[in-house]
Design a protein around this ligand. Structure first.
Ligand SMILES: Nc1nc2c(ncn2[C@@H]2O[C@H](COP(=O)(O)OP(=O)(O)OP(=O)(O)O)[C@@H](O)[C@H]2O)c(=O)[nH]1
Ligand SMILES: [Mg+2]
Length: 346
């Protein structure tokens, strides 16, 4: 294994990855013919095979996570209409006959107001330096604005190839043609200023995604498989489970609450027919407890029931989910608390 190039992103945690471990365990039984490392775990790449890391960056809410899920064909990143949904970098892996692309979904880049915001933006920024191609995603419903220009400036001295991706083109049907033209012109100007190729697409309807995939592949170098072809993410299942709970809290509660919530998965126990999961929802203030729990516990019940349904899809099996709610004052302000809750604090 040592002669295989290591994935470039620091988020890779081979020892903390149940998906990888399960795969490797299964392969140990199956593998007889020689792969690159003689154990048949990762096939030798065919001639002309391209591979590499693609960083998906952009303002909050432009559809980065939706896009990554769609490209890899599985929901591993949570999605919501509330900006700043993604908090950790998350890798999604797409393997075709000719290429392996490892997409790195990042938190939306914005002006930070607290420690969590700072950590999110730093995470996104450091991903830019660690990838082979940057896909800068913008919202095709809006004219290029200050937030996009702020990111364009961050990319000024980056040597990595950059593609400008204009998302949400499916949602423009209600806009006047002159407005659509103005939007297109604003991004064409931005792209021309920096000499970036530009591609329009919709992460929801998949219009333009084949073209996007082709352009991304062309930017990659000839390279090996970095991960087994069947793998879709580098993250352990329990991380995604925690995210699926957080997604339901974002979708079902309103106001400031979504940003004050963190989730930990405390225990996962696999019985013969069911996987039992114990999780804690952290909030910052006692007053928020009422919102998460709801009248007669209705809200917590709904969060649990929706999240459980999503988890069952993820693991393709039955899940029993038990949720606890705890107050952890000011967790967003404390580097230590952030690290304890699983956020990368550089
Ligand atoms: N109509 C339409 N909506 C989209 C498209 N892509 C994403 N959305 C919606 O845009 C919202 C934000 O999507 P996300 O994928 O969470 O956006 P993000 O860029 O990952 O957001 P952060 O993680 O907060 O930075 C959601 O409501 C999506 O359903 C698209 O192609 N068309
Ligand atoms: Mg996201």
């Amino acid at each position: 294994m040592t002669d295989r190039p290591q994935p470039a992103t620091p988020n890779h945690q081979p020892n903390d990855n149940s998906v990888v471990e399960a795969y490797l365990a299964a392969q140990k039984d199956l593998a007889t013919d020689g792969g690159q490392d003689g154990r048949g775990l990762i096939p030798t790449a065919p001639e002309g095979f391209r591979s590499g890391f693609v960083g998906i960056i952009g303002r909050p809410n432009v559809g980065k996570s939706t896009l990554m899920n769609q490209l890899i064909g599985q929901k591993i990143a949570i999605v919501s209409p509330v900006p700043q949904t993604t908090r950790n970098r998350l890798q999604g892996i797409l393997t075709t006959d000719t290429a392996q692309m490892i997409f790195v979904d990042t938190p939306g880049i914005h002006k930070p107001h607290h420690k969590l915001g700072e950590v999110l933006v730093k995470n996104a920024q450091s991903a830019i330096g660690a990838v082979d191609v940057v896909l800068f995603v913008v919202d095709g419903m809006e004219i290029a604005g200050g937030g996009d220009r702020f990111i364009a400036e961050l990319l000024l001295n980056v040597k990595t190839p950059i593609i400008l991706g204009v998302n949400k083109v499916d949602a423009r049907t209600d806009l006047r043609q002159s407005h659509i033209d103005a939007i297109d012109t604003s991004y064409q100007e931005l792209a021309a200023e920096h000499n970036w190729p530009i591609i329009n697409f919709s992460a929801v309807t998949e219009t333009g995604l084949p073209e996007l995939q082709t352009s991304l592949t062309e930017k990659l170098e000839i390279g090996p498989y970095y991960y087994p072809p069947e793998l879709v993410t580098d993250q352990p299942e329990r991380f995604i489970m925690g995210e699926l709970i957080r997604e339901q809290i974002i979708l079902l509660t309103r106001e400031e609450l979504p940003h004050s919530v963190a989730v930990t998965i405390d225990r996962v126990h696999e019985d013969a027919n069911i996987t039992r999961v114990l999780a804690t929802i952290y909030i910052e203030r006692d007053s928020q407890k009422g919102i998460v729990i709801g009248r007669g516990g209705q809200m917590l019940k709904q969060i649990g029931s929706n999240a459980r349904e999503q988890m069952q899809k993820l693991i393709a099996g039955k899940v029993y989910l038990e949720l606890f709610v705890k107050v952890q004052p000011k967790w967003r302000q404390s580097g230590l608390r952030l690290a304890e809750l699983g956020y990368r604090v550089d």
